[in-house]
Design a protein around this ligand. Structure first.
Ligand code: BGC
Ligand code: BGC
Length: 607
């Protein structure tokens, strides 16, 4: 009796379980068509779109005419690679684009592992019906600095100080070359934000606050990135973040962890255009292929769903023919439901969605939107046409795979020399009492102190190996400022270093004390800061070092101006070094007069 009852209960339980799971699976999942990659329409030889001899337009026309809606939808999604738990999903969902978020690399962080990882993803894409290659994107915003061993160039704020388009263009070429070496042909750069409030954590990602300078250097960076000798774009650049983020107001962020990032802009259209539009306008006219939408809100409306901005201004007025990609989770912040958010954003003009996590949900919602005619077939085709056009222009269908032989370009000497040049051209003298600088290379004694003196992580800042950067010498290949000082001075000069500034010189003062101080690494909203300034530890180190030296030089390693005015009267010389990256010798090149200082402030600094 008991046994029968147990049996019955178990049976009922099992049925309920099966029904429950079934219901869950069917509820919001996309309808995956049965595998047709072996069907007649696939695997045909000599299809026109595979012929490099045809024009890009002819190839796109041909390919698009063969694709199912399902395949088209897959081209519209951009997924963070760590969200792919089953590699076969790339084939199952026909995923068209992947990205490495900040710091998201292979298990072992080295160039060959990166190359293998990217090629591995492409291998799966090659098994899809039309073998459409994946567009793989990365934030190579100061060199391809996610990769350990890459040359780490100064962050844009430092390049902004150089005001040198030719230099910026060469930096972009080198960066693109260090990307394509690992098979990555899409860069989420240049940043064309015009920063108006240095409390913003993205300040250092910008060329500064001067619209003209941003426009000019942005154009140079775009040209360097997309430059190519073989008829294809070397690497596809992305103009970001469209538009106005530099004017987001402090305290308006939607995100409770941030102050400015994801905030609101209150600005009339005339000023908005005057401050923020020119860099985008010029870069679009110059052949930009991708624009990333800012997660900002302008006068209460999110840019991601702002049809006026994305379609009327960007696509129609500026004539932008490339594709618009949304920023990290940006689409889903638009409305209460994901479905509505998606429909609003796609109809506003977003062509590719950086979801960046759930693709199944995206695919399902897109299917539903097409079935309901909430998104039209015309809009679908327009978006996919724009995306495929970029893929063809980048030669993704035609280029041979990147191979290990090409990896030696990553972090090579030539690129490091270029980075060093960029560093020296970015240094700005803020104060130089009695012309203390440049220092002589043959002083008797120099003391060096400060949290950033022997710290490649701080020199490099955010977006280096990790999204938020790293504090310390964690494997970044380069030269610290301390090492650079030692390499520069004469054999007879004694250099003593103590991070804390604890020197025991007795009554003998050093000729010069060099303190290297500044900000810890950060990125984006996590770097929003009510009052960027020096830490009390840094100030204590400066005070101690001062008592042990005849003169004192402060090198400030920071992503933005710091409030030093209460203390700086006592310092003889002050240099804004920004976030110089891996080549510390660029700093000493000017500090010791091997080259003149030439940097000009890219943002206002009251010191
Ligand atoms: C940033 C973008 C970046 C993207 C991908 C976002 O959080 O705003 O600048 O390109 O993430 O990492
Ligand atoms: C960044 C990504 C990063 C992620 C981590 C985003 O805002 O842009 O690149 O990996 O946050 O959560």
């Amino acid at each position: 009796m008991n046994k029968i009852r147990i049996f019955k209960i178990s049976f009922i339980f099992l049925v309920v379980l099966i029904l429950g799971v079934g219901f869950f699976v069917l509820k919001n999942k996309s309808v995956v068509p049965s595998d047709n990659s072996l069907s007649d329409r696939c695997n045909q030889k000599d299809l026109p779109y595979l012929n490099p001899g045809l024009s890009v337009e002819e190839r796109v026309d041909d390919l698009i005419s063969r694709m199912s809606d399902w395949e088209k939808i897959g081209q519209m999604v951009l997924i963070e690679k760590n969200s792919i738990h089953d590699l076969n999903d790339i084939k199952r969902y026909n995923l068209g684009a992947l990205l490495s978020g900040g710091g998201a690399g292979p298990k072992e962080d080295n160039p060959s592992a990166w190359l293998a990882m990217v090629n591995n993803f492409q291998d799966v894409a090659e098994k899809t019906c039309f073998k459409i290659p994946i567009l793989y994107g990365i934030d190579a915003i100061h060199g391809n600095a996610n990769i350990l061993g890459a040359t780490v160039f100064p962050h844009f704020i430092g390049l902004g100080a150089s005001r040198d388009p030719d230099l910026v263009k060469r930096v972009a070429v080198a960066t693109a070359d260090e990307m394509s070496a690992v098979g990555i042909y899409w860069s989420f750069s240049p940043n064309l934000d015009v920063v108006q409030d240095i409390r913003w954590g993205k300040t250092y990602e910008t060329f500064g606050s001067d619209t003209e300078n941003v426009a000019q250097l942005g154009l140079a960076y775009l040209e360097g990135t997309q430059y190519s000798s073989n008829g294809y774009l070397n690497v596809v650049a992305t103009l970001k973040h469209f538009i106005g983020g530099g004017s987001m107001e402090y305290g308006t962020s939607r995100n409770k962890n941030f102050k400015i990032e994801e905030g609101n802009i209150t600005m009339d259209e005339k000023s908005f255009r005057q401050v923020h539009l020119t860099p985008f306008k010029q870069a679009v006219a110059d052949g930009a292929q991708v624009v990333m939408v800012s997660t900002a809100t302008w006068n209460g409306k999110m840019n991601t769903s702002n049809q006026y901005l994305l379609t009327d201004v960007l696509k129609k007025e500026l004539g932008f023919s490339g594709f618009v990609v949304s920023d990290w989770y940006g689409v889903y912040q638009v409305s209460n439901t994901r479905y509505d958010s998606l429909v609003n954003s796609i109809n506003a003009g977003v062509d590719m969605v950086m979801t960046p996590f759930e693709y199944k949900d995206f695919m399902g919602n897109m299917q539903k939107a097409l079935a309901n005619n909430d998104i039209t077939k015309e809009r679908l085709n327009d978006a996919v046409r724009r995306i495929l056009t970029v893929k063809f222009k980048a030669g993704l269908f035609d280029r041979p795979r990147a191979t290990p032989e090409g990896l030696s370009i990553i972090g090579n000497n030539q690129h490091r020399q270029l980075a060093r040049e960029a560093v020296r051209k970015s240094q700005v003298i803020l104060k130089n009492e009695k012309s203390l600088l440049p220092l002589s290379t043959s002083l008797d004694k120099i003391i060096v102190a400060g949290s950033s003196a022997d710290n490649l992580g701080r020199q490099a800042g955010g977006w280096t190996t990790e999204w938020q950067g790293m504090d310390g010498n964690n494997g970044i290949v380069g030269t610290t400022i301390l090492e650079a000082i030692k390499n520069t001075v004469s054999k007879n000069t004694e250099v003593e270093y103590n991070k804390q500034g604890d020197f025991s010189l007795g009554n003998d003062l050093a000729d010069v004390g060099i303190v290297v101080v500044g900000e810890k690494p950060y990125a984006e909203g996590w770097g929003d800061n009510a009052n960027p300034s020096l830490s009390s530890e840094d100030l204590a180190v400066i005070a101690k070092t001062k008592t042990k030296s005849k003169k004192i030089v402060a090198l400030i390693i920071s992503g933005r101006p710091l409030d030093i005015s209460p203390y700086s009267k006592d310092w003889d010389s002050i240099v804004a070094s920004w976030l110089p990256g891996s080549e510390g010798e660029g700093v000493t090149d000017v500090l010791f007069g091997l080259y003149p200082f030439s940097g000009v402030l890219p943002v206002e600094w009251n010191y």
